[in-house]
Structures are given as structure tokens and as C-alpha cells.
Design a protein around this ligand. Structure first.
Ligand code: SF4
Length: 444
């Protein structure tokens, strides 16, 4: 056991994607194993950890603003501040120099070192000096095997099945912040799924930066998801995020064949222009993307498809943008996350191309595409009116505890008046849909 302040209390805040949520659960597990305790009250914490995201500039800005807030707290009492995650990994010394309040920086592959780094920082602080600790090496092997995530009670258990990414899409910082692809042992994943089911989770979401390129021994992602779906007690299995290049027929068939694998695929398009897709190194054309959409819909007619799109990538012309618009209109996907291109340091795009589309043009393209997609989403949602849908209850609706909130199999949010119905998060309930907006379905 590591020497440290008696039962130091840690507060962790997580920004960014589900991988970060899942990593924070691993961090909690490792620190608890070394005698740290956790508090949800930031004011009582001896250690503040911020798990960060580097995917876009506004994520960075949000975290910088958050760190400024922590400066005030550190002036009031002894406090060790640790910055974890992708931003720690990508900005390294720049972040440490710019932010003297940071005691510990740890990248996504270095969390096993956190107990020692935090203990050293606390011990130094008790003796009246500062000892910074950095752990930023990327690993080709680290999958945190043997660490069982410390999950909050709830409905959904995230299970990371692979880490890192080898795709090097030119706009993306992930291969530099999370390193090369490595997949976990399927037996360990299945054991984790059984453990989650035994602890009352009824939904599992398999996570990976490039989840469908999972490969371990003779196993591929189709076999893995089918085996996870067979876990007793698991009502729903989801996965995110896949790459369109890794969709063999076996995977589509596995999704079709298992009633408890949700009929929802998040299929990032990024652009509909072949020229831009080539600059992005996405390895498919707009037509190939549409062909994949059709292939999936042919096998699974009720599939819900969602996507990510970047507007204003380097050199994107109005014509390129119109190609994206055309694909969006043709594919009629169920919803889309649409962003302005945000240059990330050290990526291939930052080194090779110029971020030359004016911000205002990027913004107006996002707004135009959002309008189109919102119309399509609303039309698709209106098709549910008059139908009975099975919903996995997640909890109270944000607006009122008199209303319940849950998700359809296709991951669409449904809200309903609880009334006297049985209401148990994690169980399935059927609701009759009577109204729909682009964001929510309303059931009774
Ligand atoms: S597939 Fe491309 S966008 Fe996704 S994490 Fe890998 S490099 Fe980034």
C-alpha cells in the first residue's frame, strides 16, 4: 500500500466521450484499490481530477475555463490537481507550463501510475513544496486488463473492448492521444459482461475508438457482440463508434440475428465529397457510404442510422458542401451530429493542409445542414406516431420527476407521464407514441 494522507478524498470530473466516462471508472477502481476514497462534493476533495477531451477547440476552451475555476479553490486549501485524458496527452508540457495549478498530468495509457503520482504530489505538498508528476507514455499493450471498472449504479454498463486507433484520419487527434489499436481478450470482456449483469445492469455498450475493427486471436467484432448478447440478463447491447470500412456481412447479420442487439448503428460520414473524403483519409467514397447504408437497410429494414459530419474541412468548396448535402438528403439518416472543422495540432491535416474555410462559412454550412437534418429527423420521428414502442426506462425526465424518460431500441428519447405505471429504471415498458419532435418522442 502506498503511503499517503489518511483516506484522501478524490473528486473526478469527466469531459468528452464515452471512452472518457469508461476510463474514469477504471481510474476510480485503481485509486480505490490503493486506499483513496471518492466524493461527489468538490469542496471536500483533497485531489481534483479532470478527465479531458481534445477532439475540438471548444472542448479545450471549456477545460481551460474549468481549470481557471479550480485556481480559486487551490488558493483556499491544500489541493492536488490532476489532468487526465486526451488533452493531457496532446498538450503535455504546454499544459503544465500554462497551468501552474496542475500537479499531475496522466495520459490515457498511464493511469496505473496515478496512485503513486498523486501520493507523491500530496506528500510534497504536506512538506510545503510542489512536486509535479507526469505520465504520458503511450503503450502498444495497455488495455487495463485485470481492472474491473468502478461503475456507478445505473442502467448501462460501458465495456471498453479495444483502445486506440490505427486509421489516422487526417483531422483526428485520437491516434496521437490514445495510441495504436489494441483489443482486449474476449474472455475478459465476457466476464465483465456477466459481472455487469449480476450487478443489475441491463444494457451493455461496447466501446472502442474504432470498435468494429476489434480483433483478438480468432475473434472479430461480429463474434464478440454476438457472444456479449448471449449474456443472461442483458436486455440490450449497443456499440460505438464504428468505422464504415469495417462492416462485413457477418457483423450486419449478427446485429439482425440477435433481438437484444439494438437496431441502431452510428455510422460517421464526415463528408459527402469524394475529394474531401480523400483528404480526410476516410477510405470510402460518398457512393460507397450510400451502398453500405443500403446494404444495412436491406438486411435490417428497421435499422436506425445516425452519423457525424464535419463542415468546412480544409479547402472545402461550396460544391464539396453540396455533395455532403446530397448524401444527407439521399441517405435520410435518423439524426446527425454536425460540427465545424476544428484544426487539431500535430494531425496530418494540420501539417499538410490549410484551415482555410472562414469560420463564418463553416458556421453557415453547419446551420444549413442542421436545418435539413432536423427536417428529416422530424419526418422519421413522426412515423412513430400511433405505434407502440418498447422503451428501456432510464430514469426521470429532465424537466419533471412526474415524467419518465427512456430510450427506444433505436436510441430515440421517449418521455411519458409516470402516473401509476410501474417505474423501474433498467426494465422495459411499452408506450404508445402520440407526438414527436426532432429530439423526443412523447408516449402514453
Ligand atoms: S477512425 Fe478516424 S476519426 Fe475515428 S478515432 Fe480513428 S482516426 Fe479518429
Amino acid at each position: 500500500m502506498i503511503q499517503k494522507r489518511s483516506t484522501p478524498q478524490v473528486h473526478i470530473e469527466t469531459f468528452g466521450c464515452q471512452m472518457n466516462e469508461s476510463d474514469s471508472e477504471l481510474v476510480r477502481s485503481m485509486l480505490k484499490g490503493e486506499g483513496f476514497t471518492f466524493t461527489t462534493d468538490r469542496e471536500r476533495a483533497d485531489v481534483l481530477l479532470v478527465n479531458t477531451c481534445a477532439i475540438r477547440e471548444n472542448a479545450h476552451n471549456k477545460i481551460y475555463a474549468h481549470l481557471s475555476e479550480l485556481k480559486g479553490l487551490k488558493k483556499q486549501r491544500p489541493l492536488v490537481v490532476g489532468v487526465l485524458g486526451c488533452m493531457a496527452q496532446s498538450l503535455k508540457s504546454e499544459l503544465a507550463e500554462k497551468e501552474p495549478l496542475i500537479d499531475v498530468l496522466a495520459g490515457p495509457d498511464a493511469y496505473r501510475q496515478l496512485p503513486v503520482l498523486l501520493s507523491n504530489a500530496m506528500a510534497a505538498q504536506e512538506e510545503g513544496f510542489s512536486r509535479k508528476g507526469f505520465a504520458l507514455d503511450l503503450s502498444e499493450y495497455e488495455t487495463y486488463e485485470g481492472v474491473l471498472p468502478d461503475r456507478d449504479n445505473g442502467v448501462n454498463a460501458w465495456i471498453t473492448v479495444m483502445r486506440g486507433c490505427d486509421n489516422f484520419c487526417s483531422f483526428c487527434v485520437v491516434p496521437y492521444t490514445r495510441g495504436r489499436e489494441r483489443s482486449r481478450d474476449p474472455e475478459a470482456i465476457l466476464a465483465e459482461a456477466r459481472d455487469a449483469a449480476a450487478r443489475g445492469f441491463t444494457q451493455i455498450t461496447l466501446l472502442g475508438q474504432n470498435v468494429n475493427s476489434y480483433r483478438h486471436g480468432g475473434w472479430d467484432f461480429a463474434e464478440l457482440i454476438a457472444a456479449v448478447a448471449d449474456t443472461e440478463g442483458i436486455l440490450r447491447v449497443r456499440f460505438t463508434s464504428p468505422h464504415p470500412k469495417d462492416f462485413p456481412t457477418s457483423l450486419i447479420d449478427a446485429i439482425a440475428a440477435h433481438p437484444n442487439i439494438c437496431k441502431h448503428i452510428h455510422l460517421p460520414l464526415q463528408s459527402g465529397s469524394d475529394r474531401i473524403l480523400t483528404l480526410m483519409d476516410r477510405t470510402y467514397s460518398g457512393e460507397e457510404y450510400l451502398a453500405l447504408v443500403n446494404r444495412i437497410r436491406h438486411t435490417i429494414p428497421d435499422i436506425i442510422l445516425t452519423t457525424d459530419i464535419i463542415c468546412g474541412f480544409c479547402s472545402e468548396t461550396e460544391e464539396d458542401f453540396l455533395s455532403t448535402q446530397r448524401i444527407v438528403e439521399q441517405a435520410r439518416l435518423d439524426s446527425a451530429y454536425i460540427f465545424k472543422y476544428s484544426e487539431r495540432k500535430n494531425t496530418i491535416a494540420a501539417r499538410k493542409y490549410s484551415d482555410d474555410v472562414p469560420d463564418q462559412v463553416k458556421g453557415s454550412r453547419v446551420a444549413r445542414l442542421v436545418d435539413i437534418q432536423r427536417r428529416i429527423t422530424l419526418e422519421r420521428h413522426r412515423q412513430y406516431i400511433g405505434k407502440d414502442l418498447e422503451i428501456l426506462i432510464e430514469g426521470d425526465a429532465t424537466r419533471s420527476s412526474a415524467q419518465g424518460m427512456g430510450k427506444t431500441d433505436g436510441n430515440v428519447t421517449v418521455v411519458w407521464d409516470k402516473g401509476t405505471d410501474p417505474f423501474e429504471p433498467g426494465t422495459l415498458i411499452t408506450k404508445h407514441i402520440y407526438e414527436a419532435s426532432a429530439a423526443t418522442l412523447y408516449g402514453k
